[in-house]
Design a protein around this ligand. Structure first.
Ligand code: SF4
Length: 353
């Protein structure tokens, strides 16, 4: 397959077909450089050198009655996570300030649970107004589970810009990862959020036993929902969850998934979300040639890479943090006069005898 020719057709408006989607997932690994170059051409055409940095705040943790098999906060999980009910407004603002310091211009407020109560929505709305007053240029995304129309419109009125609700996997595969709600419940919430004027932030999670067909189906379903922002998560197999210890992905597989998402939704803000450190590993910079957005700092219940290392990666690629351009371009080379050489003993170990 001539990947660059395909990407040029996508740039001209071609909608990737299912067969072309499957071909990306099944591309031989030695075609990876050409595939990444083609996806990068689309990324560059729509986003230039910018990287959008997002910061997660887990505003309510654990104690969830749902049974999503991948989630450390579900009722099935035995993972020893922190459990707490809704954070106060000052905690949320402190977290937003921390993210802002590292260039995050979108704060994602995530609460565990099937969906918020009306009282939760009022509480979160008050916190959102305070964050808006102090950090007016910061976008606010909420991720609170299944929503009704009134809750969606109350969040929008409070100043929430976007709503995150992932499809996670294909409709066919959904029943294998969750039994307490259905794929169509998720589709409905995405529609409700969109109708209320919230920007749709909707993505998927890979590494849960899905087939190539499932991946192609969810990629095409995400395109059909018209997502503005598309987070791609790779399973963090937390011990104590039903999917704990499951390591199905390789760095090459993750890159192909990112290339597929770029080709099916070329104008969407494509975010490498949970699991990038564990699954892309040393190929994280290649991931950013395709995606234009990352989370910085920790995930909901798992540690992420140090924010300083993410900023250094962005700078080393010659990219810029969107909205905080000085942050990634003013970097200094590592401190010190030069690289010290190891002593003979450090190289070879102590001399015997
Ligand atoms: S993903 Fe959300 S709804 Fe599912 S178990 Fe976790 S916190 Fe609950």
């Amino acid at each position: 397959m001539d990947w660059m020719a395909l990407a040029r057709r996508v740039l001209d408006g071609h909608a990737l077909t299912r067969d072309e989607s499957l071909a990306i997932l099944r591309a031989p690994d030695d075609e990876m450089p050409a595939l990444v170059a083609a996806a990068h051409m689309l990324r560059h055409a729509h986003f230039g050198k910018s990287v959008k940095v997002n910061f997660l705040v887990n505003i309510k943790s654990g104690i969830c009655p749902e049974d999503c098999h991948y989630c450390s906060q579900s009722r099935l999980s035995k993972a020893p996570i922190d459990k707490y009910s809704l954070l106060g407004g000052s905690d949320i603002i402190d977290a937003a300030r921390r993210g802002h310091k590292f260039g995050a211009r979108r704060v994602c407020m995530v609460a565990s649970g099937r969906g918020p109560s009306d009282a939760d929505v009022r509480h979160i709305g008050d916190a959102v107004r305070e964050v808006r007053a102090e950090l007016p240029e910061t976008e606010i995304c909420a991720c609170l589970g299944l929503l009704n129309e009134q809750q969606a419109s109350d969040l929008r009125a409070a100043g929430v810009d976007a709503y995150n609700h992932n499809l996670n996997t294909s409709e066919r595969h959904y029943g294998e990862i969750c039994s307490t709600h259905e794929y169509q419940d998720r589709v409905r919430t995405v529609e409700i959020a969109k109708d209320a004027g919230l920007s749709p932030c909707t993505g998927a999670l890979f590494g849960m036993g899905e087939t190539d067909d499932d991946i192609a189906d969810v990629a095409l379903a995400l395109r059909a929902t018209g997502v503005d922002s598309l987070p791609v998560n790779f399973l963090i197999p937390i011990q104590g969850t039903p999917l704990g210890g499951r390591w199905d992905l390789t760095p090459a597989r993750c890159l192909k998934i990112l290339c597929l998402m770029r080709m099916t939704s070329p104008k969407a803000e494509l975010r490498i979300a949970g699991g990038r450190e564990h699954h892309l590993r040393s190929l994280q910079p290649l991931g950013l040639l395709v995606a234009n957005s990352i989370f910085i700092g920790d995930y909901l219940t798992a540690k992420g890479q140090r924010p300083e290392d993410d900023i250094a990666m962005i700078r080393d690629l010659g990219f810029e943090v969107l909205g905080a351009e000085g942050l990634a371009s003013a970097g200094e080379p590592p401190a010190g006069d030069g690289v010290a050489l190891k002593s003979r003993e450090e190289r070879l170990g102590p001399v015997a005898g």
